[in-house]
Each structure stands twice: as C-alpha cells, then as structure tokens.
Design a protein around this ligand. Structure first.
Ligand code: GLU
Length: 490
C-alpha cells in the first residue's frame, strides 16, 4: 500500500486512455510515477483520459484499474477512490474544458475554426506533395468572413488556440533529457475543442494537470512533441508549468517500437495468463529505463521507491527482454517461502489437482523438489503432472534409450522382482534414499549408477529431468512406483 501523502509539493499522475488493455508501457510509466510519489511522500493520481470516445470503453478502464492494482500500484486519488481535485475522468470534465476554451476565446488568444477536417486533409496532402511541413495557421477571419462561414457551416466549428506568430522557439526543460528546444514556427494552431465539443488531448491534459496541481509530468517520450504545445497553453492561461520528465520508450529486441507483433504487450497476458509474479514484473519494469546505483537487480517495491530518482532514468530506449523477465521471475519463485509458493501456484493446478492427493507436508516437499526450473507459475502444472494419476506416458525415444536397452530391461527386472518385494522401504525420505542405494550399490552394482537411475526415472516419471529421484519415489509411494515399473516393463 502506498502511504498517506505528507508532501503536498509532489503530485504525479498516470493518465491512461482506455483504448486497450493495460499495456506494459503504461504500467512502466505508472510505476515510475508511483515510485517517484512514494519516494517523496507525494500523491499518486489516476486520471482516465477518455476523450477519444470512439475507441474508449469501460471494459478497458476496468482492465487498466485491475492491472495496476494487481501490480500493487494503487492510487491516492482517482475516479473510483475520489479526491479533492476531481472528477478524475475526462468525460466528466467537459464543462471545465469549455470554460477555459471560452476564456481563451474572450482573450482573443483562440478562434473558431470553420474549416472542416476534409479541407484540412486536402491542405495536408498538398503540403506533403510539395514536400513542405504542414503547419496549419489560417489567417484570421474578418467579421464579415466569420459571419459568412458561420452561416454556411455544415458542422459546428472547432476552437483553436493561435500560436503567437512572433514566437520563434519553445524551450522545454526536461528532467530526463535536459533542455529541448522546439522551432515554434513548425507548430500549427492547437485544437482546444473539436467540432463535437469534446476537448482535444493537448488541451484537456493541460487543464487537468494544472487544476489537479500536478507537480511533475512523468510520461513516455512519445509525448515529448506534445510538450511545446502544452507549454504555450500553460503560458496563455497563466498557469505554472509543471516539471516534465520524458522516459525513453520501451523497445522490442530489434529496437523497433514494442507492438503486438513481438508477442504479448498487455500486462494481464503476462501476469494472469502466463503466471509471472506481480512483484517480479514490477522489478523487471523498474529496470526498463531506470538503473540502480548498485549492480543488484532484485528489489522489492519498497526498495525501489527508496532508491528511485529521475537522475538515473535513461533517455534512450529500453529493450523489453522476455529472457530477463524470465530470469527475474525465476529468482522470485526460488526465493519464495514454500507456503507462499503453494498458495501462488494453486490457481494453475485446476487441470491437475495433484496437491489434493498429498498431505500439506508432502505437497510442500514436492513443490520444493520441482521448483528449481520453474520460470512462470503456470509451469507448475507440467512440473508436477507426473505425480498425478496412476500411469505415466513414456515417450518412445526416451524408452528406447533407457528402459528398452538390455541394461534397462535388467534394471526393471531386478527392481520389480528383487528390489521392491524384498528391500523397498519408502516410508520416510531417508529410508527411500537408503532403498535406492541398495538397488544401485548392491543389486545392480555392475551397472553405472546413472544407467540405473535413468531407467528408474524414465519408468516412474516418463521424463529425463525433474525432481530428485529419491524424493520422487518417496512421494509416489511404493504402490505407484511398483505399478509404473510394471507398466514400463510391458
Ligand atoms: N492519455 C495519454 C496516453 O495514454 C497520456 C498523456 C500524458 O501522460 O500526458 O498516452
């Protein structure tokens, strides 16, 4: 849980657009904002930017809320928890945008634009054909022209902010990238309210960040080109400009923009579907663009918050390396107390309710024996599958190498005819190890230990790798071991 804020001068936000499920990029931005807030005892705010009415929907909003909470990133203020600066959903704030758009109109800093999107497209195409940048800055209309445009308009006008024509450059101070200078002559006039009355992103974001008293805008570098536009709007409205910090993008291994063609990009695909641990996912996300001062790589969210600073955030892109994620996740799985691991894997065992056939103690022993190679929680189903049911399938290739060789056949014969009836004691783990030793060191001492073990392992588990053989035999018990050895011999 994020602590109650005590520092009013740090207020940050994550402002997702609910046009898709929670994306790893949004989760990383949310995390950096969360860590920054937590580090400074500030406030972390969630704002829903749903002004793209066609692409936004409630199911995506829910997925984003659930995804962020599932990662442990809860917010102090937001649409569902309230706060003193709400509403926190842009579609509930339309009156506010209208008010400030009209203020700019009254000040003569904005104008009604009667040109239709089709006309704009045509102008853009013309500019492109002439290889010129398209900078939309229409000449102001005379009152007569305006009256005429109004009378003949087929749709309501949009409202645009006029970029001051004498402005040559806009200098953005960025906490990650330093000073970034933009050529103001390349900025077209900024849409404030679209023809349908809905605020455009660059305007809504400024009104919201200002009214919500956001101190630091920490977001992806894809928004850097929007920043000069936002900055001129702050200036026009006489509002204090927040500090900006633009994070390098998350890239695919081929350094292109991470997209669906590189595999899953939704947090739920990793955490819910594949069984990555939220705490491991957080740890992995933190290292995407932030580097700790030490060489350590495993951190709890508290440790991350303690160490986090924007100075150690990279402005270059960070590669989304699934192998690294797997490694981090494996570290968490192996270091987790076995009781916790048992709880966490439970949802993945429904198709293979192996835990139910063992006592808690045995089940924990089993889990401990198979946990080493687990990469994601869902791997547990396969890792324990051979402890479930009576029979086990032995792949033909494995059988040919292990139990069907002359030596293998002898192992099975001796095991079934002499070892099990006369020597097998699987009552405790220690006895099981001693029993196994009788087979290798006494009854089959002319064979290599490895040959004997492989044949037994193949027969009882149907695989070459897996839990330690002594533990496997102990957990399967004498009856099941006998049954599987007999099946293997057929
Ligand atoms: N709604 C924007 C997005 O999802 C975020 C804008 C911002 O952080 O300023 O990309």
């Amino acid at each position: 849980m994020i602590a109650t804020p005590t520092n009013p001068s740090v207020r940050v936000r994550i402002a997702p657009s609910p046009t898709g499920n929670l994306h790893v990029g949004t989760a990383r931005t949310a995390l950096f904002n969360y860590l920054f807030a937590k580090h400074h005892n500030g406030t972390f705010i969630l704002r829903v930017e749903d002004t793209d009415t066609e692409r936004s929907n409630a199911a995506f909003t829910q997925n984003i809320f659930d995804g962020l909470r599932g990662l442990g990133l809860d917010w102090h203020e937001g649409p569902d928890v309230g706060g003193n600066f709400g509403p926190y959903t842009q579609s509930d704030r339309l009156e506010l945008y209208k008010k400030y758009a009209h203020q700019l109109l009254d000040q003569g800093l904005a104008y009604y634009d009667y040109n239709t999107p089709d006309l704009l497209d045509a102008m853009r195409e013309e500019a492109t054909a002439k290889k010129l940048p398209f900078v939309y800055r229409p000449a102001p209309l005379t009152p007569e022209q305006e009256a005429e445009a109004k009378a003949t308009a087929t749709q309501p006008p949009s409202i645009r902010f006029r970029i001051p024509r004498d402005r040559t450059q806009i200098v953005v101070q960025d906490l990650v990238r330093g000073t970034v200078t933009f050529d103001a002559n390349l900025l077209g006039d900024i849409v404030l309210l679209k023809s349908d009355g809905i605020a455009a992103y660059n305007f809504a974001v400024v009104v919201d960040d200002a009214l919500m008293k956001i101190s630091h805008v920490i977001r992806g570098e894809d928004h850097l080109p929007n920043t000069p536009k936002q900055q001129v709007l702050y200036e026009a409205l006489g509002w204090e400009i927040p500090q900006f910090a633009h994070l390098g993008m998350i890239l695919a291994p081929d350094r292109s923009k991470l997209s669906k063609r590189h595999g899953a990009t939704a947090v739920s695909a990793f955490v819910e579907d594949q069984g990555y641990l939220p705490e491991a996912f957080i740890n992995f996300l933190a290292l995407l663009g932030w580097s700790p001062a030490s060489t350590e790589e495993i951190f709890t969210i508290e440790q991350l918050a303690e160490q986090f600073s924007l100075d150690r955030v990279a402005h270059s892109g960070a590669i989304f390396d699934v192998e690294k994620l797997k490694w981090v996740n494996g570290q968490y799985i192996r270091s987790m107390p076995i009781e916790t691991l048992a709880e966490r894997v439970a949802p993945y065992l429904t198709a293979c309710p192996v835990a139910e056939t063992y006592t808690t103690e045995q089940w924990h022993l089993l889990l401990d024996a198979v946990k080493e190679p687990l990469v994601v929680l869902s791997d547990v189903t396969d890792a324990v599958s051979y402890f479930f049911g009576d029979d086990v399938a032995i792949p033909a290739e494995l059988a040919a190498e292990t139990i069907e060789t002359e030596e293998g056949k002898r192992v099975l014969q001796v095991a079934l005819e002499e070892w099990l009836p006369n020597h097998a004691d699987f009552s405790t783990l220690d006895e099981t190890y001693a029993t196994l030793k009788i087979l290798t060191k006494t009854l089959l001492k002319d064979l290599k230990v490895k040959t004997v073990m492989w044949a037994i392992r193949a027969a009882v588990s149907g695989r070459v790798q897996g839990a330690d053989l002594g533990k496997t035999l102990f957990l399967l018990g004498k009856e099941k071991v006998g049954h599987r050895l007999a099946q293997a011999r057929k």
